[in-house]
Design a binder for this molecule. Structure first.
Ligand code: E4P
Length: 215
């Protein structure tokens, strides 16, 4: 499973990148707005740090507007992936852009047949939002299982990118379910390495070393 970070914060992106395990970045308008910087400038800055796919969402909701914005965003860097909502206009734009060779990430996916249409339209990535489904008392993981089955049944090459991940248990479930990519906030990447027995064990190793060999 590939690891993307879900943030527009440059410091978090650099810290995850420095670990050497980061495959890409997803952003959305809310995440970039939180940073208080110009939208396209931040996308360009992210692409200077990460060479893997960087998702850049369009703001337009109509087909022509989406196409115009997508073409502008695609000029920022070769690793930009255009992020579009799974609406009728978004699916149409996905098909047109994919036919031109521009990679698309179809976002705000909350039911499996949206993912099926996105794959038919040639999407590079589909983003089902697990956490937001859990928030309304619907099991987000069911959606991951359904999309995995449909994509495998028909041999679609669209990558299943699990999004709206809230905690390490989501990550584990996604890996077991065969998600191709998980995009997570920095906080969750940090939590993945946390275990009390790791901390206690390390403390003991170091204490034993110091007792025997000095500091
Ligand atoms: C995905 O690309 C989205 O940016 C993201 O995962 C949304 O997560 P949230 O539900 O925590 O806002």
């Amino acid at each position: 499973m590939e690891l993307y970070i879900d943030t527009a914060n440059l410091d978090e992106i650099k810290r995850a990148h420095d670990m050497g395990v980061l495959d890409g970045v997803t952003t959305n308008p809310s995440l970039i707005a939180r940073e208080g910087v110009a939208y396209e400038q931040r996308l360009a800055e992210i692409c200077e740090v990460v060479s893997g796919p960087v998702s850049a969402e369009v703001i337009a909701t109509d087909f022509e507007g989406m196409m115009a914005e997508a073409r502008e965003r695609a000029k920022i860097a070769p690793n930009i992936v255009i992020k579009l909502p799974v609406t009728p206009a978004g699916i149409r734009a996905c098909k047109a852009l994919s036919d031109e060779g521009t990679r698309c990430n179809m976002t705000l996916c909350f039911q499996a047949m949206q993912a099926w249409l996105a794959a038919k339209a040639g999407a590079f990535l589909i983003s089902p939002f697990i956490g937001r489904l859990d928030d309304i008392s619907t099991d987000g993981m069911d959606l991951i299982h359904q999309i995995r089955t449909i994509y495998d049944n028909y041999g679609f090459s669209t990558k299943l990118l699990a999004a709206s991940i809230r905690h390490p248990r989501h990550m584990l479930d996604c890996a077991l379910a065969g998600a191709d990519v998980a995009t997570v906030p920095f906080k969750v990447i940090d939590q993945l390495l946390k275990h009390p027995l790791t901390d206690v064990g390390l403390e003991k190793f170091l204490a034993d070393y110091r007792a025997a060999f000095g500091s």
